[in-house]
Design a protein around this ligand. Structure first.
Ligand code: PGA
Length: 254
């Protein structure tokens, strides 16, 4: 059975007081109810405190939004996967388009980061997604295939169990322009088929593939109803407690 997952990506938003306030709202609302798997990705500096807070709720895990591609050493300002593991963070988001584009991260950088995370027993939310330009040229499937091949397909079957794949078309991120349920389902099935041809049917049925890109209460249910969409990676709408809970409820009732 594939796991249903709702992940919040706060990006570089919320100062300390606002982050703690939102976290307490999430804690108080989700403490007593049966939730799907929730993953919260705050900025690094809040991780330690939030790991502690959410350790009381089984289904809520913490993710970092990035980690260094180096193990340790003279890399001023960087945070290593080993450091994240040492404060009991569970996941790291890797390959987000904002890092690929804004920080020139390549598929090989992402592969190396994935390996370091897995060595340190961290799980990974691996993001892939195409630009509008590539989609309009009909090159979106090729791009996604290359991103997955170059960063993921070296993994063993066992290690693949520690990966959640997030399909996030760049043109839908933060734009209010969501992929239609059919566009998203088509790409999720394409991704699952890549996994199937490399690792077999059983493994492909176990990998969770979540959708990200302007996912909000008004469209989450129809997206989550699609056969190959196992949840969402939520940016803007995860910063508002009510919207975030509505998105969680929309997956709970499927
Ligand atoms: P968005 O961001 O929901 O604000 O579009 C999603 C993401 O970048 O993960």
């Amino acid at each position: 059975m594939r796991r249903k997952i709702i992940a919040a990506n706060w990006k570089m938003n919320l100062n300390y007081n606002d982050a703690i306030y939102l976290s307490r709202q999430i804690f108080n609302n989700l403490n007593s109810i049966d939730t799907p798997n929730i993953i919260i990705s705050p900025p690094y500096i809040y991780l330690s405190e939030l790991v502690e807070l959410f350790s009381k709720i089984d289904n809520i895990k913490l993710a970092a939004q990035n980690c260094s591609k180096s193990k340790k050493g003279a890399f001023t300002g960087e945070i290593s996967s080993q450091m994240l593991a040492s404060i009991n963070v569970d996941y790291v988001i890797l390959g987000h388009s904002e890092r690929r584009l804004g920080f020139n991260e390549t598929n090989i950088d992402i592969k190396n980061k994935i390996d370091l995370c897995l060595e340190n027993k961290l799980k990974v939310i691996f993001c892939c997604g195409e630009s509008l330009e590539l989609r309009e040229k009909g090159l979106h499937f090729k791009l996604i295939e290359t991103q997955i091949k170059e960063s993921l397909l070296h993994l063993s079957k066992n290690n693949l169990q520690n990966i959640i794949i997030a399909y996030e078309p760049i043109w839908a991120i933060g734009t209010g322009m969501t992929a239609t349920k059919d566009q998203a389902q088509e790409m999720h099935k394409f991704i699952r088929d890549i996994i199937k041809s490399e690792y077999g049917q059983d493994t492909s049925e176990q990998v969770s593939i979540i959708y990200g890109g302007s996912c909000k209460p008004s469209n989450s249910r129809e997206l989550f109803l699609q056969k190959d969409i196992d949840g969402g990676l939520i940016g803007g709408a995860s910063l508002n407690a009510d919207d975030f809970f509505d998105i969680i409820k929309s997956i709970k009732c499927i």
